[in-house]
Write a new protein. Structure first.
Length: 230
């Protein structure tokens, strides 16, 4: 009797061991195939859908003062412009300025304040390229659209325009065009649309020779809207 009881106990333990092994095998297959993480996959899909058309405008005061929500009420837009910013300011805070929004598209409209501070056009172009490179590294699926620097008009207010010159602005714009061509990015030429016959910012488009008036922003609005992700 004692021996029979021991045999039954051993048989029960063996069966339990086999059942545990089988359950572990099934669990392993389920985890590997994703059968038990369906909720996580659905969550990721929802997050992606939420950022399908998130247009982030990265820039300085020209962006900061642009009422994007009023200009583009039918689009998802983020105003990431900060008055006075240079490319160095943006590079130092690119995560908070761009990455956290998970953009589908980034409009880069930046560089005039670098010229204000005495940077050469080439140095400005190199900094803009660095911004583009970092966005492409961190948000590889985001489309990048480059916006030209706009002309200035020192005759309206030389103090506001400062060290900026339209010759230097056009050098930066030429560099942006080359980057756009080499990397197959869209380039929006605002300079040509906002200049007068002398190559200065049209007086009706500016409040101080540098910043745009409502009429100026109306022109910009019409040019940019076709590029927005719907």
């Amino acid at each position: 009797m004692k021996r029979k009881r021991m045999v039954k106990i051993r048989l029960s333990l063996a069966l339990l061991l086999c059942a545990g092994t089988f359950l572990s095998f099934v669990l392993g297959i389920g985890l590997a195939s994703g059968a038990f993480v369906k909720e996580r996959v659905v969550t990721k899909t929802k997050e992606i859908k939420q950022i399908d058309a998130n247009n982030v405008f990265l820039g300085d005061s020209l962006t900061d003062y642009f009422d994007l929500d009023a200009a583009f009420p039918d689009y998802s837009v983020v105003n990431s412009g900060v008055a006075g910013n240079t490319t160095d300011n943006v590079l130092a805070d690119l995560n908070n300025r761009v990455m956290i929004y998970n953009p589908s598209q980034v409009f880069v409209w930046l560089g005039t304040n670098d010229l204000r501070d005495g940077k050469t056009p080439q140095q400005t172009i190199e900094s803009l390229q660095e911004i583009i490179d970092q966005i492409q590294t961190e948000r590889s699926l985001a489309k990048i659209t480059l916006i030209s620097l706009i002309p200035v008009n020192a005759q309206v207010n030389p103090a506001t325009v400062g060290l900026r010159s339209n010759d230097h602005i056009q050098e930066v714009n030429q560099g942006l065009q080359e980057i756009a061509k080499e990397q197959e990015l869209d380039y929006i030429d605002l300079f040509s649309e906002l200049k007068d016959e002398q190559g200065n910012l049209k007086s009706e488009y500016t409040v101080d020779g540098l910043h745009l008036s409502d009429a100026g922003y109306q022109v910009v609005l019409g040019i940019i809207e076709p590029y927005l992700d719907a």
